[in-house]
Write a protein that binds this ligand. Structure first.
Ligand SMILES: Cc1cc2nc3c(=O)[nH]c(=O)nc-3n(C[C@H](O)[C@H](O)[C@H](O)COP(=O)(O)OP(=O)(O)OC[C@H]3O[C@@H](n4cnc5c(N)ncnc54)[C@H](O)[C@@H]3O)c2cc1C
Length: 512
C-alpha cells in the first residue's frame, strides 16, 4: 500500500516556518539573490508547491524519488559539470513539498559522531552492533568528520553561508552520571587504540575529554555535569540548505515536481516505469532517497524483506526555544550540545535554540512506550508527556536558566520521522537484483552528518561505475546485509505499520 497521500496534516517545524534574511527569487528562468527582511520560508521565493500542478514529463534519464536533503544533494552532485547527469534529464519527484520529511524537521545539527559510537560499531550484529572491523569503525567515524568539512566547503563555495545559517564550532557531550562518564572514558581508550593501528594513525584527532566535575559544570553550565567531551560540530538551517541545493541543481537543468507521490515501480527494458498519482514516467535509472518511507515503495509481497526489513521508521520530537536573558547576547550558549539522557541542542544564528530528544531518552524517562516511537510514520502530533518534559528541560538542566517573560522558553514543537538501520549503517548504492535501481537511505537518525559525502559518492558511482573509496565500504547494499535483517530481524510491515521484534539500540549521547 502506498504511504502517500497521507491522511493527516503534519506538524510544522521551526525551519519550515522560519524567517529568512537573505532569499533568492525566481526571475524568468533564473534565480537572483536579494536581501529582504521577514521573508517567510514558505514565501514566493521558496520551492513550496513547485510544479505541483504541471504535467509530468513522459521520460527522464534519472529519477530521484524524494526531495529531502538526500534527494536535493544528489540532484546537486549529479548535475555538476563533471557528473553524468549534467546535460541529461534529471527529475526529482516529491510526494509532498521540499524538505517536508525529516530534513525539514530535524535538529539542524551536523554533529560528527565521536568515539562514543565506536563500541556499538564494532560490537557484533547479533548483540545490536554494526559488526564492522576496527579499521572500518575508524573509517565510519572519519566519514562523519569529513562530512562536516565537506559541508563547509560546499556551503562556502556556493555562497550559501548566510542563506543557510551555517555555523561551525564545537560541541559538548555532557555526562551527568558516573556510568555515562565511565563508558565515555572506556570508549575513548578503545577508539584511540584502534585509531593508532589504523591507516589514520598519523592524522590529528580533535576530541578532548574532561573528567573534573567542577570544570565540567562550570564550562558547560549544565548544573549536574560531571564530565564532558569536546569536539568539532556544525549546524545549519536544514530546510534552507535542502532548498538551496535543489535550486542550484535546477539552474543546471534538474526538474522538481512537488506533490507527485510515487506509488509503484516496475521494470521497463533496462530501466524502470515509475507510477505516480499524476501519471507514469519512464527512466533509465531510479534512485530512492526516501529514507523512512522506503518500505512503502515495495509491493506487499516484498514487505518484511530486503530494504523494508532493514529499516525501521521512528518518531523524534524537536522544539524551538527563546533563551532567557541569562542565556542571551554574550551569555549565549557558544557550543552545540548533547546531554546524557537529555537533549541535543544547537543555537541558531538568528532565532534562538533548537533542541530535540532521543527516542531512547523519551523511553528511558517513561514518557513514551516503544510503540509510540518505533514503527510510526505519523508526524502530525506530539506526545503530551514529551511536550511537558521538554518544556521544563532547560530550566531543570542549565544553571541559572530562568524564564521570566511570556514568550521566553519553548515555542514551536514538532515531530519528524527518521529511519533506523538494522546494522546501524546507511544503505548506499545499487539494490541487489534490481538493475538500475539505486538507494541512499537508512541514516540512523544522523543524516546531516552523513548525506553530503554519501550523495557525492553516489553521484560518482553513477558517473563512473566505481565505488567512491572515500566512503566506508560497509555502507554498500549487499544481499548479505539485507538477508541478515530479514532472517534475524523478523520485522514485518502490515499496512502502514512496521512491527518491530528486534530491540533497537540507540546511544544515550553522541547521536543527532
Ligand atoms: C526530529 C528529528 C531530529 C533530527 N535531528 C537530526 C540532527 O540534529 N542531526 C542529524 O544529523 N540528523 C538528524 N535527524 C535525522 C535527519 O533529519 C535525517 O537523517 C535526514 O533528514 C534524512 O534525509 P532524507 O532526505 O534521506 O529523508 P527525508 O528528509 O525524510 O526525505 C525523504 C523524502 O522522500 C519523500 N518520499 C518518500 N516516499 C515517497 C514517494 N513514494 N514518492 C515521492 N516522494 C517520497 C518524502 O516525502 C520526503 O520528503 C533528525 C530527524 C528527525 C525526524
Amino acid at each position: 500500500m502506498s504511504l502517500f497521500p497521507q491522511n493527516f496534516a503534519s506538524t510544522v517545524s521551526h525551519w519550515q516556518a522560519s524567517v529568512s534574511s537573505v532569499v533568492s527569487y525566481l526571475s524568468g528562468t533564473s534565480f537572483v539573490s536579494a536581501r529582504r527582511a521577514h521573508e517567510q520560508n514558505r514565501g514566493p521565493s521558496s520551492l513550496y508547491g513547485h510544479n505541483a500542478t504541471e504535467p509530468l514529463p513522459s521520460h527522464a534519464d534519472y529519477i530521484i524519488i524524494g526531495a529531502g536533503i538526500c534527494g536535493a544533494s544528489l540532484a546537486y552532485h549529479l548535475t555538476r559539470a563533471d557528473a553524468v547527469g549534467h546535460g541529461r534529464r534529471v527529475v526529482v519527484l516529491e510526494a509532498k513539498d521540499v524538505a517536508s520529511g525529516a530534513s525539514g524537521r530535524n535538529g539542524g545539527h551536523i554533529g560528527p559522531a565521536s568515539f562514543l559510537s565506536f563500541p556499538s560499531l564494532i560490537r557484533p550484529i547479533s548483540q545490536g552492533g554494526a559488526g564492522v572491523s576496527l579499521e572500518e569503525g575508524v573509517k565510519i567515524l572519519e566519514n562523519e568528520r569529513e562530512t562536516l568539512a565537506y559541508a563547509a566547503e560546499v556551503i562556502t563555495q556556493e555562497g550559501l553561508v548566510d542563506k543557510v545559517d551555517f555555523w561551525k564550532g564545537y560541541k559538548y557531550e555532557v555526562f551527568t552520571s558516573p556510568e555515562g562518564a565511565q563508558s565515555s572514558s572506556s570508549a575513548y581508550e578503545t577508539y584511540l587504540q584502534a585509531r593508532y593501528q589504523s591507516s589514520l594513525k598519523e592524522e590529528p584527532y580533535e576530541w578532548a575529554l574532561c573528567t573534573d566535575p567542577l570544570e565540567a559544570a562550570q564550562k558547560t553550565r549544565v548544573s549536574n555535569a560531571i564530565a564532558y567531551n569536546r569536539g568539532p560540530a556544525g549546524s545549519v538551517h536544514p530546510h534552507k540548505l535542502t532548498t538551496e541545493l535543489l535550486k542550484i541543481a535546477m539552474r543546471s537543468g534538474a526538474e522538481l515536481y512537488s506533490w507527485a507521490p510515487v506509488k509503484n515501480l516496475s521494470r521497463f527494458g533496462e530501466g524502470w516505469e515509475v507510477e505516480t498519482s499524476r501519471g507514469m514516467i519512464k527512466a533509465g535509472v531510479v534512485v530512492l532517497c526516501t529514507n523512512a518511507y522506503t518500505g512503502g515503495l515495495f509491493p506487499e509481497s516484498e514487505r518484511g524483506m530486503g530494504i523494508s526489513a532493514h529499516l525501521t521508521p521512528y518518531r523524534g520530537h524537536c522544539a524551538n526555544y527563546t533563551p532567557p536573558l541569562s542565556y542571551s547576547g554574550p551569555k549565549s550558549l557558544d557550543h552545540s550540545y548533547v546531554v546524557e539522557n537529555g537533549m541535543y541542542i544547537v543555537s541558531t544564528p538568528h532565532s534562538g535554540i533548537v533542541a530535540g530528544t532521543w527516542a531512547a531518552a523519551t523511553i528511558n524517562h517513561g514518557l513514551a512506550t516503544r510503540d509510540e516511537i518505533y514503527g510510526i510514520l505519523d508526524d502530525s502530533t506530539v506526545l503530551p508527556s514529551v511536550e511537558k518534559w521538554m518544556k521544563g528541560w532547560f530550566e531543570r538542566t542549565f544553571e541559572g536558566w530562568n524564564e521570566n517573560g511570556r514568550g521566553e522558553g519553548m515555542g514551536r514543537l514538532w515531530t519528524g520521522i527518521m529511519a533506523y538501520s538494522y546494522d546501524l549503517l546507511p544503505l548506499v548504492g545499487p539494490i541487489p537484483n534490481k538493475p538500475n535501481l539505486f538507494a541512499a537511505v537508512g541514516f540512523h537518525g544522523h543524516g546531516m552528518a552523513r548525506i553530503l559525502t554519501i550523495t557525492r559518492g553516489l553521484s560518482q558511482l553513477l558517473s563512473t561505475g566505481k565505488w567512491d573509496e572515500r566512503l566506508p565500504t560497509s555502507f554498500q547494499i549487499t544481499e548479505m546485509r539485507l538477508s541478515r535483517a530479514k532472517e534475524e530481524g523478523k520485522e514485518v510491515m502490515g499496512g502502514e505499520k512496521w512491527e518491530i521484534v528486534r530491540p533497537v539500540e540507540e546511544p544515550g549521547v553522541g547521536g543527532e
